[in-house]
Design a protein around this ligand. Structure first.
Ligand code: ADP
Length: 573
């Protein structure tokens, strides 16, 4: 008895002599009473088997979600133990053929099944503790293999028990250890509960492994009841042990269920978070689309405004040039006709008018050019011409800018191909801008203008025009913004003022229109070198607009010029 309650089922042995006088129904009733112990046993064992099946299924579900190999292996171990319980029940109920006597068969198959249960669990858990086996990496293959080994072992044991007519005696009601065969599983469950399960828990921290550790308690209790308590089939300890066995299967099953609900909750939260994120992303995308649309409108409006401004500037500059030209013309005529007769003060005033109106015209011309370029209205008039003539002309005209400075201008034209194809006036403008800057920013020394053929990595065959001076130079920090509109290097270090900051911006744009490139190399205080590269092969979109060009390009050949010997005492010359 346990706490005054007797869980045993007392068998009424069938009294054949009394049965003789009873009706068939009464006899059947008597038979059922005789078998009541067996019925209880069957119910208990079958419940354990069903729990084992359910635990194994849950273990595989857990594996499917978490990809954790530990659970199905232990699930399979529990399932195999459950299968042996089922066999033990079926054999005890004589539902499958078994040769041995029931009083030997039931306790022996129980003991052997418990032993195997403990061993399979030891092997299952041991796999994860033994470092040599990478169970996780092996995955499903490993699960199938282990299940196979466990299944075959269980089958062999079942078959041997069922076919043996003589099974060893397992119950000794008179001795202290009533069922000595149950002591071995008891020891194994103790080792599992005290050593292996705690280690497994440490390695696999989840609810399932903790439940497995707890399941050691009912397992040990089961074995204690059987080994030291049960003295007959279906007695108090016998039934308690069977009930505790169900609990020992139920605990890991509950652990898995808890794990499952926890995972489910985690997944639900994740799905909710993802939905929220995707909602936010959609909202952000909508906002971005709206912003892009607004930006496009704004860009379009800005482009229109800029075009209108450039057109206005172009028109205005054009209108301003006409009166300016007449002012300059009349001033020049006055200077020419009556200049020499005027008193010095009046002559000086007239010369100032002449100088400033020319400067103003230059400014208007620059504004006209830049606004034309910006409005996309600047088109090149390509012709074939001799660059040498242009260089000479530009240098000749620029000499007047030197004033009385100790400045020499040299020209070097080693091998300029003949003819080149470009917009002659614009090339002239490029060179004039560069040369006038060099003269303006060089107090003394030399300005060297050179031109020649070269091969550039990006542009291929090119004309290279270089203007090199020994002037004040440009600081490295100012080089980047040199070709920006209205950008002027800070006036310091004797840098002359005036100018518009448009000259280099126009030059840069004109070079780009020709498909070329402009570069600058300067050492502050020592001088600057501006290099213009114009491709010899004129871009197709430019040639398409001019018929005479192609013929000129085809006729290009080596320069034919007379050989002239010059003698001079200046080494630069
Ligand atoms: P600006 O009308 O002021 O000369 P540019 O666009 O032609 O305008 O030149 C921009 C600035 O670059 C100038 O203000 C000048 O300081 C600097 N610069 C241009 N060429 C030279 C040069 N050869 N040597 C030194 N500084 C130069």
């Amino acid at each position: 008895q346990l706490g005054g309650v007797d869980f045993g089922v007392h068998r009424n042995t069938l009294d054949v002599s009394t049965a003789d006088g009873l009706s068939a129904l009464q006899q059947a009733d008597m038979l059922h009473k005789t078998l009541s112990g067996s019925f209880v046993h069957t119910i208990l064992e079958w419940s354990a088997f069903c729990t084992a099946i359910f635990t194994a299924i849950l273990a595989f579900v857990h594996f499917r979600i978490k990809r954790d190999v530990a659970t199905p292996i232990i699930g399979v171990a529990l399932f195999c133990a459950g299968c042996m319980d089922a066999f033990h029940t079926l054999a005890a109920d004589r539902l499958i053929h078994a040769s041995a006597d029931n009083t030997d068969l039931i306790p022996f198959t129980w003991a052997i099944c418990r032993l195997l249960n403990a061993l399979i669990m030891t092997v299952g858990v041991g796999m994860f503790l033994f470092r040599g086996i990478n169970v996780q990496k092996e995955g499903l293959r490993f699960i199938v293999l282990t299940s196979g080994v466990f299944g075959i072992t269980a089958y062999v044991v079942i078959r041997t028990c069922a076919t043996s007519s003589q099974l060893p005696q397992t119950m000794f009601p008179e001795s202290l250890v009533t069922r000595p065969f149950d002591v071995i599983p008891l020891v194994i469950f103790l080792i599992l509960g005290l050593v292996l399960y705690p280690l497994f828990c440490k390695k696999h921290t989840n609810v399932f492994s903790q439940a497995l550790l707890i399941s050691a308690i009912p397992n040990i209790m089961t074995q204690v009841h059987m080994a030291f308590g049960s003295t007959a089939l279906f007695d108090n300890h016998f039934n308690i042990a069977h009930f505790l066995k169900i609990i020992s299967y139920l605990v890991p099953c509950a652990g898995l269920l808890l794990n499952y609900t926890r995972t489910h909750k985690e997944l639900e939260t994740e799905i909710r978070d993802r939905k929220q994120t995707s909602r936010e992303l959609r909202a952000t995308m909508r906002r971005l689309e709206e912003q892009t649309r607004d930006l496009r409108y704004a860009q379009f409006a800005a482009e229109q405004a800029s075009k209108a401004k450039s057109e206005f500037l172009a028109n205005m500059s054009h209108e301003l040039r006409t009166p300016m030209n007449s002012i300059i013309g009349f001033t020049e005529r006055l200077l020419e006709k009556i200049g020499p007769t005027l008193p010095e003060q009046h002559l000086d005033s007239l010369q100032t008018v002449d100088r400033n109106s020319k400067h103003l015209l230059g400014l208007i011309n620059d504004v006209l050019d830049i606004s034309k370029i910006e409005a996309g209205a600047m088109t090149l008039k390509l012709t074939s011409f001799d660059l040498v003539g242009i260089v000479s002309e530009v240098v000749q005209r620029s000499r007047s800018l030197v004033d009385n400075k100790p400045l020499d201008i040299y020209v070097r034209l080693p091998d300029v191909p003949l003819p080149i194809v470009a917009d002659q006036l614009r090339v002239q403008q490029i060179m004039t801008n560069l040369l006038s800057n060099s003269i303006k920013y060089t107090k003394q020394g030399t300005v060297i203008v050179s031109a020649g053929a070269t091969i550039d990595e990006q542009l291929g065959e090119c004309i290279r025009i270089t203007v090199k001076d020994t002037g004040i130079g440009i600081k490295p920090g100012d080089l980047n913004s040199l070709f920006d509109k209205f950008s002027q290097v800070e006036e310091s270090g004797g840098r002359p003022g005036g100018g518009t900051g448009l000259g280099l911006a126009i030059t840069d744009q004109l070079v780009k229109l020709h498909g070329g490139r402009i570069e600058v190399d300067s050492t502050y205080g020592q001088g600057s070198t501006f290099t213009v590269l114009l491709p010899l092969k004129v871009p197709e979109e430019l040639t398409a607009r001019s018929e005479s060009v192609e013929a000129a390009v085809h006729n290009r050949g080596p320069r034919k010029c007379p050989l002239i010997l010059c003698v001079d005492d200046d080494p630069e010359n």
